[in-house]
Design a protein around this ligand. Structure first.
Ligand code: SAH
Ligand code: SF4
Ligand code: F3S
Length: 433
């Protein structure tokens, strides 16, 4: 008998990417599925969804509609992830041909879901932090590892705590074991994941060795064969001196860090319940830049949060000017169900939001052009991990620039020195030296 085929589409953040890997492992090992990239031949179609802004949610229904049209006779369709968590069985009403709904905190039930008609599981208290998933890695070069699940922060605009539940740290011994196994398989890079990744150690799911994020980084960097450690998303509030010192001095920790600003104005930050001020953020960023001169700092910014005035928005522009982020992800505020901010007075008209977003992005592009131009002629250690659609091979520098050279498979998995000849905003083109 031919093996059953699985097609999976993953939206959202890196945690969803890892969840998809977990589901693939379960389905391959327990249900005999093999992956396909051709939706039309799939027996099972999964969409792993994101709920963080309204757009991805609308996209979900247009995409499951398209799946239904393109799917072969009798194919099952499952909706998983964060939108599944907060819409649950409602999804059947808008898309009756969906076969099951599996929330972000319930993905360990994937084999049960595929075998039970109209299965729904969306419990955010369900604890699967120690669930023994099978092994599946989408990349042989880089291992994603969940170190915590859920988020306790309750930022007033954010739906994540409602889709992923309360924050639980995965026991350190499990993380260390997973990392050692990855290293034994030849993986050189670890990518630690959590919505509040540097809040690690806050609450363990049972009685295990207690450890904070900085100590976990130290322990992971002791593993032979691991050359690079990255992590996302850290919270600026938890970037204490101990952490920054380790970040700066540990030669295995990649010199790039995500510092999600959200807003540069202290009052807006308070309304968002972020827990830090403009000054704290600037102080942390300056400290990191002074201890790690080559660091790349990325950020997330929300414009037009309810009540944000023109001068408050200008504080965000001011922080951009001072920190000069190497990478910026920016969004118009989007009211989300179950969140406090959706009820706040002072919701801002879309024209104003769009204008602020454009101003922010235009200025950032200018800054980025200056940053990028300065990379010409520099030599980076690049860990090659990706064949590019336009030919060539790409990888990341230690400080997270995407670097591409001419070449093919034989470069994959190698770390080589590359001189940048043609720097572009998204990719630095160069030559192996
Ligand atoms: N845990 C991460 C964020 C995860 S969500 C952190 O604290 O940084 C990813 C990004 O989406 C957020 O950083 C924020 O910039 C954006 N975002 C979240 N909710 C949003 C909303 N309601 N409207 C617009 N952007 C939002
Ligand atoms: Fe959402 Fe805030 Fe948690 Fe990030 S830290 S996931 S923005 S609640
Ligand atoms: Fe989206 Fe859920 Fe991640 S809402 S950003 S997929 S945690």
């Amino acid at each position: 008998m031919m093996s059953k085929k699985l097609f999976i589409q993953t939206l959202g953040c890196a945690m969803n990417v890892r969840d998809s890997e977990h589901m693939i492992a379960e389905l391959e090992q327990k249900e005999g599925y093999t992956l396909t990239e051709d939706m039309g031949e799939a027996d099972l179609i999964l969409i792993n969804t994101c709920s963080v802004r309204e757009k991805p949610v609308n996209k979900l229904f247009s995409e499951v509609g398209a799946f239904k049209k393109g799917a072969k006779e009798g194919a099952k369709i499952g909706v998983c992830g964060c939108t599944a968590s907060h819409l649950g069985g409602e999804i059947f009403k808008r898309a009756p041909y969906v076969d099951f709904v599996l929330g972000a905190r319930n993905i360990s039930k994937i084999t049960q879901a595929v075998n039970t008609p109209k299965f729904v599981a969306t419990d955010i208290n369900y604890d699967e932090s120690e669930f023994a998933f099978g092994e599946f890695r989408s990349s042989p070069f880089k291992s994603y590892i969940n170190i915590s699940i859920g988020c306790d922060k309750k930022c007033t605009y954010c739906i994540v705590p409602h889709t992923r539940g309360e924050e639980i740290s995965v026991p350190a011994e499990l993380i260390l074991r997973e990392a050692s196994r990855a290293a034994a398989n030849g993986v050189k890079e670890l990518f630690l994941l959590g919505q509040n990744v540097n809040g690690y150690g806050k609450r363990f799911s049972s009685t295990h060795e207690k450890m904070d994020f900085t100590d976990l980084l130290k322990r992971l960097s002791d593993i032979d064969g691991i050359e690079r450690i990255r992590f996302t998303s850290p919270h600026p509030l938890h970037m204490d001196d101990k952490f920054i010192a380790e970040f700066a001095s540990n030669p295995k920790i990649c010199k790039s860090i995500h510092m999600p600003l959200q807003s540069g104005n202290t009052k807006v930050l308070r309304d968002m319940k972020r827990g830090y001020t403009k000054e704290w953020f600037l102080d942390r960023a300056e400290r990191i830049r002074s201890l790690v001169p080559d660091v790349s700092i990325s950020t997330d910014i929300i414009v037009a949060f309810p009540g944000e005035s023109e001068s408050e928005f200008n504080d965000t522009m001011d922080v951009l000017e001072r920190v000069r982020f190497e990478q910026m992800f920016s969004f118009k505020y989007s009211p989300r169900p179950l969140t406090k901010a959706a009820e706040f007075a002072g919701q801002i008209p879309d024209e104003i939001a769009s204008e602020r977003l454009t101003r922010l992005q235009s200025r950032h592009n200018e800054i980025l052009d200056e940053i990028v131009a300065r990379q010409k002629g520099r030599v980076f250690d690049v860990y090659f991990e990706e064949l590019r659609a336009n030919g060539g091979v790409a990888g990341r520098s230690f400080n997270n620039f995407l670097v591409q050279v001419n070449g093919s498979e034989e470069l994959l998995g190698k770390t080589l020195k590359v001189r940048v000849d043609e720097p572009k905003r998204m990719v630095l083109y160069g030559e192996v030296v």
